[in-house]
Design a protein. Structure first.
Length: 113
């Protein structure tokens, strides 16, 4: 997936949230991705906030993986968190990937049996 910096979205998002570094979109402007700075959370580098322009759902692991790879690189490790039900804020189809700093994060591998 090819992503580009979307200057208009970046300017708009930075006006609302100080943690926004940059906003990307794909060539078809179907996906909008905000990259947020994380400070004071030792092992995390950034948070990617991903949504579709039409507000539809994204339930393709490959799309989220391709977005992560395009923005922070193939070797970066990111997680998606499912909170306690009492802490859920489910008001939109927005997905959050928490990206670990290099050298941090869970080590996940599949072992063939």
């Amino acid at each position: 997936m090819h992503l580009k910096v979307n200057c208009l979205y970046t300017e708009n998002a930075k006006g609302k949230l100080s943690t926004v570094d940059v906003v990307y979109s794909d060539d078809a402007d179907e996906y909008i991705i905000e990259k947020h700075t994380i400070t004071g959370r030792g092992e995390f580098e950034c948070r990617l906030v991903i949504k579709r322009a039409d507000k539809g759902t994204i339930r393709s692991w490959r799309i989220l993986q391709d977005i992560k790879n395009s923005i922070v690189g193939d070797d970066a490790v990111a997680i998606e968190v499912y909170p306690k039900e009492t802490e859920v804020t489910d008001t939109a189809n927005i997905y959050h990937l928490w990206v670990y700093k290099d050298g941090f994060g869970p080590r996940v591998s599949l072992i063939a049996s």
